[in-house]
Write a protein that binds this ligand. Structure first.
Ligand code: NAD
Length: 254
């Protein structure tokens, strides 16, 4: 089906002020996308949507949901879709870090991280795919991490790594099933990005230490990731599916 001129991207996890999601929502709105935001805090999601509508003159709406709860995710899509142009793109950004060493990880911590970082991607992907396959066009992009590819080596450890590796497997498998129905499905594996997900631990010293590992002499910015998302959900990326795009300053080459 044709790629509609008036179209919406729904982003999960786009309400945090210095996060990748909010920066990506602005970047996409600047390029004409209408925006739906799903985040834990309904008021925060709606505030970011209002700021986007005002600054970029596109339609925007926010809804509250815990992505680890499938009924809440479905209710959020049901609330957003009638307020916005046709849903063409889903960007899965909602996620939590988890620095617990493997020998200290509790069952609750393990389940929390898998529930948000992997099950949450599945629930939103599944719901978005229903609309997209009915329309015959769609783009899905989910945040994985270099942590999945390199076996940690980042702030977060095994539970996070396992969930983010799951995102890559889910991406490839769903890409295979939905390709003939008009939907592409890709992942992005960011390296260290300057946001608050590491609990405000990113001092200048720590940033320098983290970038020592990469080919490029800095850590990443939310805008670096936003530009990758914009490409992968564009009409022109229609021949790219099942891929994991590393945006990591050359930390992991494959
Ligand atoms: P962030 O903490 O700034 O933003 C995460 C967002 O997800 C927040 O708005 C938060 O409210 C939301 N969220 C958390 N749990 C949720 C839940 N259960 N339901 C709904 N929303 C929830 O983090 P960020 O750095 O912008 O990270 C965005 C994504 O990129 C995450 O998936 C993260 O794992 C991934 N990532 C980040 C980095 C990095 O270095 N910052 C590196 C690799 C991958």
């Amino acid at each position: 089906a044709a790629f509609p001129a008036e179209r919406t991207a729904i982003l999960t996890g786009a309400a945090s002020p210095r996060g990748i999601g909010r920066a990506t929502a602005h970047y996409l709105a600047e390029r004409g996308w209408s925006i739906g935001i799903i985040d834990l805090d309904e008021a925060a999601a709606q505030a970011v949507a209002a700021e986007i509508a005002e600054q970029h003159g596109v339609a925007a709406a926010g809804a509250g949901a815990n992505v680890a709860d499938e009924a809440q995710v479905r209710a959020a899509f049901d609330a957003l879709e009638p307020q916005l142009p046709p849903l063409v793109a889903l960007v899965n950004l909602a996620g939590v870090s988890s620095p617990d060493p493997y020998l200290e990880v509790t069952p609750d911590e393990w389940n929390r991280v898998i529930a948000i970082n992997l099950n949450g991607v599945h629930y939103a992907t599944r719901r978005a795919a229903e609309t997209m396959t009915a329309n015959g066009v769609g783009r899905i992009v989910s945040m994985s991490s270099i942590s999945a590819q390199r076996g940690g080596g980042t702030f977060s450890k095994t539970a996070y790594s396992a969930a983010k590796a799951g995102v890559i497997g889910l991406t490839r498998s769903v890409a295979r099933e939905l390709g003939r129905l008009g939907v592409t499905v890709n992942a992005i594996a960011p390296g260290p990005i300057d946001t608050d997900i590491m609990g405000g631990t990113l001092t200048e010293e720590r940033k320098a230490a983290m970038s020592a590992d990469g080919v490029l002499p800095r850590i990443g910015s939310p805008r670096d990731i936003a530009a990758g998302v914009a490409y992968l959900i564009s009409e022109d990326a229609g021949y790219v599916t099942g891929q994991t795009l590393n945006i990591d300053g050359g930390t992991y080459m494959h």
